[in-house]
Design a protein around this ligand. Sequence first.
Ligand SMILES: Nc1ncnc2c1ncn2[C@@H]1O[C@H](COP(=O)(O)OP(=O)(O)O)[C@@H](O)[C@H]1O
Ligand SMILES: [Mg+2]
Length: 248
Amino acid sequence: MDTVCLALQDLTKNFGGLTAVDHVDLEVRPGERRGIIGPNGAGKTTLFNLICGEFPPSGGRIVHFGKDVTRIPVYKRIALGIARTFQITNLFPNLTVLQNVLLAAQGLERTKYVMYLPISSFNHLYEKSKSRLEEVELWEKRDVLIKNLSHGDQRQIEVCLALIGQPRLLLLDEPTAGLSPAETLSFTTMLKKLDRDMTILLIEHDMDVAFEFAENITVLYQGGLIASGTKEDIKANKTVQEIYLGTE
Ligand SMILES: Nc1ncnc2c1ncn2[C@@H]1O[C@H](COP(=O)(O)OP(=O)(O)O)[C@@H](O)[C@H]1O
Ligand SMILES: [Mg+2]
């Protein structure tokens, strides 16, 4: 039985003399919503880069549903269901929301001959794109040009694109950074409605957002995992309180 979606075992990343991720052990259950918090420079983004395969760890293992993925390339991890969000800057600014999603969906299809036919005739691509846009609450804005989307909607389309391959594990790195309180609220509301079978790891600088979204929280500090537990555990944790009061 696969009871663990993601296991990090003794995971370490050194950049020269700096240990960005320091012997981290972590287990995340399928369907779990896990928040990862910690001050700037704690190693949160580096942890995601290791999970996605952007660069190899200096030591330790990454196991996804029982499979050791520590040394396999990014594209193979994506095929296994590990997804992170695209940056909006990778999209076509003068195409609409729907056109961008259709192109991304088509890019995942093996049948490249579809390029020679009008894309709109491909019902399955259209239906797939429609479902994903509905999930992130952007179907109403399908005809808006990417360049005209608000910041909040841009973040939602980034999630939409990550969902196209129907990942089993979604990694979100500070998705609400730079959003207004209203945009943050609608983003978090959308996130909470996503497929409960999918596991979500959310890095958040904003503790309120992390606590609002996640059931369990992991705290990183100077590369090390200093606390992991329920929201209540984390709120009551003295070390966590000291770190946040001391650095924020
Ligand atoms: N590619 C890199 N090369 C060298 N140092 C890096 C690299 N990426 C991150 N670091 C360093 O690793 C530490 C952790 O960074 P990061 O993972 O971005 O932290 P966080 O996302 O928690 O703010 C920082 O000291 C940062 O400067
Ligand atoms: Mg970061």
